[in-house]
Write a protein that binds this ligand. Structure first.
Ligand code: C2E
Ligand code: CA
Ligand code: CA
Ligand code: CA
Length: 279
């Protein structure tokens, strides 16, 4: 950013400096947040489009900052990734999500799926499968109830090492989901090469459902692509009844979105699990 005095003055731009200070503060605060009790998970239900039943949840991290209030993951996951804090944070998220899934399953025959987001940085930081195995053992979480969601950045960087790690996770019995599918460079070749079980259709495609026919064709193509590769399909970001109806018609398997339920604090998520969703 320039402030009128030409390029050389850019470093003194007050707005830029404020941005830097802001990032450094956020980083320092995030370090502390991990040692205090400032992080929590919210849980967004995943619904079976044939039965309408809740089959599981996606865990989404929340940060209750003492002075800023609730900070969105969109505003701190990037900082956590850049500083390496994503490694302890990711372990905390996984542990908490597994504990919660075990608690919801206790005394029932329910086999809820718990989906947890993992960052490409967690792949670069040593053995993700070993960490996951430790957390499963610590929490008593059945491995077939865990799904790890990742974006295709995992498939695009350090490909051979990440591929090896994905296979180790598969060998453990973890389900793997490709998040935000369709937004990046996703190609058929990648999907065939990597052992993914589930395709999550990005919200930007779901957004355009119910409108032009062409947009519907796109989602339809992704659903059929997933099925032809033996993958389960999940549509994210469903915000109205039209989108829900179209996705059912296209025989997408599962759905998530504000229309079905927002991400909920654990106690409320436990309640919708008992009572079902209104829609
Ligand atoms: P994501 O994995 O794609 O998660 C879905 C995001 O869409 C969530 O935002 C969710 O609240 C939001 N969402 C769900 N349904 C709807 C809808 O119908 N309409 C709209 N407009 N939004 C909807 P959230 O919780 O703010 O998380 C944002 C992103 O932050 C996530 O995107 C994920 O990439 C990242 N994230 C969140 N928790 C974690 C975590 O524990 N670890 C890592 N590595 N990343 C996380
Ligand atoms: Ca996700
Ligand atoms: Ca997503
Ligand atoms: Ca996303």
């Amino acid at each position: 950013a320039k402030s009128g005095g030409g390029d050389r003055l850019a470093a003194y731009d007050p707005a830029m400096l404020a941005g830097l200070v802001e990032r450094l503060e956020l980083e320092a605060d995030l370090r502390v947040a991990l040692t205090r009790d400032e992080l929590a998970l919210h849980y967004q239900p995943t619904v079976d489009l044939r039965t309408g039943e809740i089959t599981g949840f996606e865990a989404l991290v929340r940060w209750y900052h003492p002075t800023r209030g609730m900070v969105s993951p969109l505003d701190f996951i990037g900082t956590a990734e850049a500083t390496g804090l994503i490694v302890p944070l990711g372990r905390w998220v996984l542990t908490e999500a597994c504990r919660q899934a075990v608690a919801w399953g206790a005394g029932t025959t329910r086999r809820l799926k718990m989906a947890v987001n993992v960052s490409v940085r967690q792949f670069e930081h040593g053995d993700l499968a070993a960490m996951v195995a430790e957390v499963l053992a610590e929490t008593g979480m059945p491995v077939d109830q865990l799904c790890l969601e990742m974006t295709e950045s995992v498939l695009l960087t350090d490909t051979d090492e990440n591929l090896a790690q994905l296979h180790r996770l598969k060998d453990l019995g973890v389900t793997l989901a490709m998040d935000d599918f369709g937004t990046g460079y996703s190609s058929l070749a990648y999907l065939r090469r990597f052992p993914m079980d589930t395709l999550k259709i990005d919200r930007s495609f779901v957004d355009r459902l119910g409108g032009e026919h062409e947009d519907e064709a796109l989602v339809s193509t992704i659903v059929r692509l997933g099925r032809s590769l033996g993958m389960t399909t999940v549509a994210e970001g469903i915000e109205d009844s039209v989108q829900l109806a179209v996705l059912k018609e296209l025989r997408c398997d599962y759905a998530q979105g504000y229309y079905l339920s927002r991400p909920l604090p654990a106690a409320e998520a436990g309640r919708v699990l008992e009572e079902g969703l209104a829609t």
